[in-house]
Design a protein around this ligand. Structure first.
Ligand code: TRP
Length: 336
């Protein structure tokens, strides 16, 4: 007998995942993570550190372990509260890899071949794992396990969300209502944070632009130095216009996001680039210092972080195990 999904009147459930790939930068914080923090209040939020996805590219084992623990501490330092959201590591909930297999058998080779993220990553790597190719099937499992309504991720994840929806619909039409078909929401409130040296491209750790990137754990004097050296332009006018004035607009965007103000409004308070830079550096430091202090406290007690992750994994598993059972039964696997 197929098991039908029961729909309960409930808060919308939000799910998002983040790879444990070393440090976070200001772009991650202002673009995505501030929204994650806000979603805890309005929604039922589930956040996953996707360590299994990290394995799709070569990893140093010790580094991966440290990065996973530190990312959990950073996320909590930024404001994710394990009492208000479900925060856990993907590998702690084995349902993810189990459902991923069912997803792999529901998606086609052709569909996976069209993923641009796969093409980009495989072009840059000399060992192309099968896991890199089936990455979207695991991502679909992440999302579908929690009957997720909303997935707040950037535009770069659009294709992965589309394929997740296609997989859910295909599985449902083959085997009966099993999964919620999730919606992609591009976070509206997220700031666009660009590289300080190359303001035409996103701040990103993979670009290897040390002076263009501000790390969440960066010391204040270094933040100040990098913002002082940020690329602007020569017309001297403080105006928010990314198309014509990318460097200045980036500073306005950072200052606006850090202080919760519209960047157009921020622009009205400045006549000189120097003053804008000073204010942007002050705001970035003021935003990051308390995060750095909380991170240091959490880092001092790794066993407490591990305990919190374990509690998170148990909470996640309560939902995930039911969804996995439903999917296994509906597609014809014999109950043990
Ligand atoms: N692919 C996402 C990224 O690179 C990470 C991710 C894995 C994810 N599973 C997810 C994001 C589920 C949202 C939902 O950023």
């Amino acid at each position: 007998m197929p098991i039908h999904r029961v729909t309960l009147a409930k808060m919308a459930r939000v799910f998002s995942g983040i790879q444990p790939s070393g440090d976070l930068h200001l772009g991650n914080l202002l673009g995505a993570l501030m929204n994650w923090v806000n979603h805890q209040e309005e929604h039922e939020a589930v956040y996953c550190i996707v360590d299994l996805h990290a394995l799709t590219l070569p990893q140093d084992p010790e580094e991966l372990r440290t990065n996973t623990l530190e990312l959990a501490q950073l996320l909590m330092a930024v404001g994710l509260n394990p009492e208000r959201c479900t925060l856990f590591a993907q590998s702690h909930v084995p349902e993810h890899s189990q459902l991923a297999w069912l997803m792999e058998c529901t998606v086609s080779y052709g569909e996976l071949s069209r993923m641009t993220a796969f093409k980009d990553k495989s072009d840059r790597s000399d060992f192309i794992s099968a896991g890199l190719f089936t990455y979207p099937a695991l991502q679909a499992a992440d999302i579908l396990l929690y009957d997720t309504d909303l997935v707040p991720v950037g535009d770069d994840q659009r294709q992965h969300l589309e394929i997740t929806r296609d997989i859910a619909e295909r599985f449902n039409s083959r085997f009966g209502e099993t999964f919620v078909v999730p919606q992609h929401v591009i976070p509206a409130a997220g700031a666009r944070v660009m590289d300080l040296q190359h303001p035409e491209r996103k701040m990103s750790k993979s670009q290897d632009s040390v002076n263009g990137t501000i790390n969440v754990l960066e010391p204040p004097d270094s933040i100040r130095k990098k913002i002082k050296r940020a690329v602007t332009d020569s017309d001297g006018e403080v105006r928010f216009d990314f198309a014509k004035k990318a460097g200045v607009s980036n500073l306005l965007s950072i200052l606006g996001a850090a202080t919760g103000t519209d960047p157009n409004k921020v622009a009205e308070s400045f006549d000189r680039y120097g003053d804008l830079k000073t204010a942007t550096a002050d705001a970035a430091i003021e935003l990051l210092l308390p995060i750095q202090q909380r991170f240091a406290e959490l880092q001092a007690d790794p066993s407490e972080t591990r305990r919190l992750l374990k509690v998170g994994a148990e909470k996640a598993q309560e939902v995930a195990s039911q969804t996995l059972n439903r999917a296994k039964q509906n597609c014809g696997l014999l109950e043990a």
